[in-house]
Design a protein around this ligand. Structure first.
Ligand code: NAD
Length: 283
């Protein structure tokens, strides 16, 4: 039976550390880290997400703002709001909640956020710095995964890491982070031949696919560390990951649950990046 990687606990401890650092920064420099969330249209899931971010900021003593725009907002209107936030000294992190309505070009918007406030790590400059091995802001879910592995003292160096999924927000950046920490990294995707065979090589297996129970026990080596990024709803409407938790947890040495695993770390790392940004601006 495996040990749980408790994302809630890691998140709680990390947020306590952030709160201390925020208080310290405020005392020494007068700077209060500020995060602006921009929401276009009325997506209930995004609204919950943004509300959670507001609460998390308040708990850590950070300033936060929400900019809710109607679904009819034009790309130019959104670009001018982003420009205003780029120049606002109270704001150190800008988050544009995705997805955006179809008539707005997502790439144009994400590139308009100054890389110095791009706490989601989506701007090409920040992606480039990550590839280079000199990261500024790393996208939050991958950064949270590394934080969890470190919290549990799980060795990365020299390990075989297999990542299932090659998205820009999870699969690719987590692969780079593991590579920089000296893992031997394989990235799998929908065209990978004999995926179970590749997955079984993993000492660290990361599932970021978006399909419930995709990773079954026959795909997991005994004693592997299994990180489940997936967020899916099953037939009963319950939140489940990409991993068949019940059976895989009998083989893995460590495993993240869903919910309560990777999820809570994403907002925590957003706060972390906003704090880092505020520190940079204070310097
Ligand atoms: P995505 O749809 O952008 O990417 C999915 C990846 O899975 C693709 O690269 C694709 O090649 C791969 N894939 C699809 N079918 C496959 C198959 N049959 N075999 C092998 N690979 C296959 O998704 P994403 O944005 O990376 O998110 C993945 C999952 O993680 C989703 O469930 C999402 O909701 C969740 N997620 C969770 C958090 C969090 O905070 N916990 C953050 C981001 C994403």
């Amino acid at each position: 039976m495996s040990e749980l990687i408790d994302g809630k606990k890691v998140s709680q401890d990390t947020r306590a550390e952030i709160a201390e650092k925020v208080a310290d920064l405020k005392e020494k420099t007068g700077v209060i880290p500020g995060l602006a969330a921009v929401l276009v249209g009325e997506d209930p899931a995004s609204e919950i997400y943004v509300r959670n971010k507001r609460k998390a900021c308040a708990d850590c003593g950070m300033h936060s703002e929400e900019h809710k725009l109607s679904s009819e907002t034009t790309e130019d209107e959104l670009l001018s709001l982003v420009e205003k936030l780029n120049n606002d000294p109270k704001i150190h992190g800008i988050l544009v909640q995705l997805p955006l309505p179809d008539h707005i070009n997502e790439t144009n918007i994400l590139r308009a956020v100054t890389p110095l406030k791009d706490v989601d790590g989506f701007h090409p400059e920040n992606v480039g710095r990550l590839v280079e091995g000199n990261p500024r802001f790393v996208s939050c879910t991958p950064a949270g995964i590394i934080k969890m592995l470190d919290y549990y003292n799980l060795e990365i160096k020299g390990k075989e890491a297999v990542i299932i999924g090659r998205s820009n927000i999870v699969g690719k950046p987590v692969s780079l982070l593991l590579l920089h920490r000296h893992a031997t990294v394989t990235i799998c995707h929908s065209r990978t031949r004999d995926l179970p065979e590749v997955a079984r090589r993993a000492d660290i297996l990361v599932a970021a696919i978006g399909r419930a129970k995709f990773v079954t026990e026959d795909m997991v080596k005994d004693g592997a560390v299994v990180i489940d990024v997936g967020i899916n709803r099953n037939e009963e409407g319950k939140l489940v990951g990409d991993v068949d938790f019940e059976n895989v947890s009998k083989k893995a040495s460590y495993i993240t649950p869903v919910p309560g695993g990777v999820g809570p770390m994403t907002i925590t790392m957003l706060l972390w990046n906003t704090l880092e940004s505020a520190k940079m601006s204070a310097d």
